[in-house]
Design a protein. Sequence first.
Length: 202
Amino acid sequence: MSGYPTLTEVKDYLGITGTEDDAWLQATLDTVIEAVEQYCQRVFPLEIDLNQEDFNQQGIMQMYAGRWPLVSITSITVTNGGIDQVLDAERYRRNEKLGIIYFDSPQTGDITTVYEGGFDPIPPGITYTINESMKSLYTNKDNDPSALPVKSERIDGALTVAYDTSLVTSEGGSSGGDVPVVIAPFTSLLDTYRSERVWGAW
């Protein structure tokens, strides 16, 4: 499966062959990926055997998978009054693109869904955003240290990396809301994948 860009892939993209910046690059890559997920309100890479529990549901006719596209559903179990009922596949259908599960009748109780969801590979726009954000940050890391998403210092010869908590600006993207600084130039592209654009504001 193909997930987010790895450290090796980012280094290849940036044309970096040495290892002296690896700690900085990995910490910054983790921050950029977190920023993408935070802004888009979703996780992108495909994962199998996801286990989602939705408690105390009352007469629902549909539910949302936490990760989508919803590739396949292994099982849906409804627990009500201490009794587990595994739903037959004929009793529900899925909208793969939006990650919505529709039931043929109202469901009440605790619902456990085992499914496979996410992208493989992840969308090109997400990969591009991560790589170009890393390029910009790496290019400017020595010119403007205050703008870096991570702070580092050497203590007794060891490199200690800590996350900078000042990652958010309140200016908002085209769809409003806080925008992590490290991905601010790419919000128009990311809005294509932002969950509130699919389902409406949460």
